[in-house]
Design a binder for this molecule. Structure first.
Ligand SMILES: *Cc1c(COP(=O)(O)O)cnc(C)c1O
Length: 397
């Protein structure tokens, strides 16, 4: 009998009951705007920022409307403006080059290795082309962060980290988001915590954070924050920084607070599923997986399968055959993007010279999301299905 998987790849877990109760309280109060607080009340957003800052071990945190907004605000806070060039990953998702384009700047794409991290040799070769790097930890893969920072420091490049897939991850124990000058997180439904839309910006640089806070639309109410720089820091910049509204509201903050508390537990749950898939797919002829370095604490919320040097027709075949058995693989490398774009040659507003070794890797990537609504047994079955279909096509089927 042919096994068919019947789970849903886009079904997330429910919001914790504690968050639902807190959200109802916010709605009953009518005070949804972050600065609409009663006498003596901190408000859900300020509490959320404080809790996330403490959890990460960083001085400042600002909650915002989306991960994309956080990246745009980070660029603006650093003074990146029209015509500036910003280094970024050739393999990432559309909001990353989009954030660069949103401030009128121009993405300069840096290649990807077969471990799906930024190619540090290519970064070094392009280091004289920009003074900011928007580093995307795409699909949760962290590069050697010490080596990356050494290259950036030596070349006067400031780093913004896109941690949309690395909330809860670390390199050598230091959390993702704290390596660069600013870290950006997303709390959108398909990331590690779910408020529908939302994001965070973190930093230990008071001036950058004061600018980002004014940018986000704090008016002159920044003293109501609990994880913001001291009021003096705002004095120098408050009349020179435009308001580009992108605040978070109490309703989203209320449902996020209990989710942040269980982030470590969620990481373990994701990694248990990742491990089952990794083991089930190991040594499948024609298929390679990335090797996760010991220094990397990752969150296995998705898995990437590489079909290196396969004919396009055969990759399509694998995707179709897996789908027929209920397993949704996204071919990130397809020349015609489906649903979303993830490779540099899709962003034609930012032309780039071709990068053959990156193209080889990009063309090979199949991606699978791992919702926590899947059980370990589900993951075992999914691995069996992928293994069988990849093997059948590889052997000429
Ligand atoms: C989702 C995502 C973002 C942006 O997050 P939004 O909250 O959707 O704006 C940024 N980078 C990557 C890699 C993402 O997947």
């Amino acid at each position: 009998m042919t096994e068919i998987f019947t789970g849903n790849f886009t079904q997330q877990e429910p919001i914790p009951e504690e968050g639902i109760a807190a959200a109802i309280d916010v709605m009953r109060s009518g005070r949804l705007h972050r600065y609409n607080v009663a006498e003596g009340e901190a408000g859900e957003v300020a509490l959320l920022e404080k809790e996330f800052a403490d959890q990460l071990g960083v001085s400042y945190c600002l909650a915002v409307a989306s991960g994309g907004y956080a990246m745009g605000a980070a660029l603006r806070a650093m003074g990146v403006g029209p015509g500036a060039r910003v280094l970024t990953n050739a393999f990432t998702l559309a909001p990353v080059p989009g954030a660069i384009a949103s401030v009128g700047a121009v993405p300069v794409f840096v290649g990807v290795t077969d471990q799906l991290v930024i190619d540090l040799d290519d970064l070094e070769a392009k280091a004289d082309q920009a003074d900011v790097l928007m580093l995307s930890h795409m699909r949760g893969h962290l590069c050697d962060m010490e080596a990356l920072m050494a290259i950036c420091d030596a070349n006067g490049i400031r780093v913004i980290e896109d941690c949309a897939h690395t909330m809860g991850a670390a390199w050598k124990g230091k959390p993702s988001g704290l390596w660069g000058a600013m870290g950006c997180f997303s709390t959108q439904t398909y990331k590690h915590v779910n408020s529908g839309e939302g994001g965070f910006l973190v930093s230990s640089d008071p001036e950058l954070m004061a600018r980002a806070t004014i940018l986000s639309g704090s008016y002159m109410l920044y003293d109501r924050h609990l994880a913001a720089p001291a009021p003096e820091v705002f004095e120098a910049i408050k009349y020179h920084t435009p308001n580009v509204s992108g605040r978070m509201d109490h309703l989203r903050a209320a449902i996020l607070r209990p989710q942040l508390k269980r982030l470590d537990q969620q990481r373990e749950a994701w990694n248990a599923r990742y491990q089952v898939l990794e083991q089930g797919l190991a040594d499948t002829p024609g298929l390679s997986l990335t090797h996760r370095p010991e220094s990397e604490t990752f969150v296995g919320s998705s898995i990437q399968i590489l079909l290196l040097d396969w004919e396009e027709r055969k990759v399509h075949d694998v995707v179709a055959r897996c789908l027929a058995r209920g397993v949704e693989l996204k071919w990130f490398g397809g020349a015609e993007p489906v649903a979303f774009t993830s490779r540099y040659d899709s962003w034609r507003y930012a032309p780039s010279a071709p990068m053959p070794s990156s193209d080889r890797v990009l063309a090979s990537i199949l991606d699978m999301r791992i919702p926590l609504t899947f059980s370990l047994e589900d993951c075992e079955m999914i691995a069996r299905i992928i293994r069988a279909e990849v093997s059948a096509v590889f052997q000429g089927g």
